[in-house]
Design a protein around this ligand. Structure first.
Ligand SMILES: [Zn+2]
Length: 182
């Protein structure tokens, strides 16, 4: 029996807190205009159908926006709390199928949501910085060319580089595929 048969998690969530969560992560230093990046922003009422979705007006460029404008969460019919739960389940490494079961949604809808959330999250992730001990997998060592340095150099050139990249792409595909499949 799915947990959703016993408890409707989404129904227990607080909309106001979900919007506060997005606001806090999007603008940790205070609201900024998505059009001109000015911090000279005033509140401008709330959304007509979602009372906790704050609207704003930029005093610098006069553009209007709200908590979700310009995010992957804007323009979707799923309530924000469903997106927040989806993000939470992704953090628990649940598959799209498991998330769909928990939220009572179509697996294909969840597939689109998780793709969009990943894209949105990846865009904000800072460049990876390696420190300390670093371990590398998928390393291939050319062997069997003893006494033939010219042949080794040739294989390690354009030809060897291309196949190494292809292997890496396959490994990455295998990993992501594992993660998103049931
Ligand atoms: Zn502006």
């Amino acid at each position: 029996m799915a947990a959703s048969d016993l408890i409707n998690l989404s129904g227990l969530m607080d909309d106001a807190k979900c919007f506060a969560f997005v606001r806090q992560h999007r603008w940790p230093e205070g609201v900024r205009c998505p059009a001109c990046d000015s911090s000279s922003v005033i509140r401008d009422g709330c959304d007509d159908t979602q009372p906790h979705r704050q609207r704003y007006r930029c005093k610098a460029c006069a553009s209007r926006f709200d908590d979700l404008t310009g995010t992957v969460l804007a323009g979707h019919h799923q309530p924000l709390r469903v997106w927040v739960l989806c993000l939470y389940f992704m953090g628990l490494n649940l598959s799209n199928r498991q998330i769909a079961l928990e939220l009572g949604l179509d697996a294909s809808d969840v597939q689109i949501m998780t793709e969009q959330l990943r894209r949105g999250l990846v865009a904000k992730t800072p460049a990876v910085e390696l420190t300390g001990e670093v371990e590398i997998d998928e390393v291939y060592v050319v062997a069997g060319h003893k006494g033939q340095p010219a042949a080794v150099a040739k294989r390690g050139g354009s030809d060897g580089g291309a196949s190494w990249q292809a292997r890496r792409a396959v490994a990455r595909w295998r990993r992501t595929n594992h993660r998103s499949s049931a």
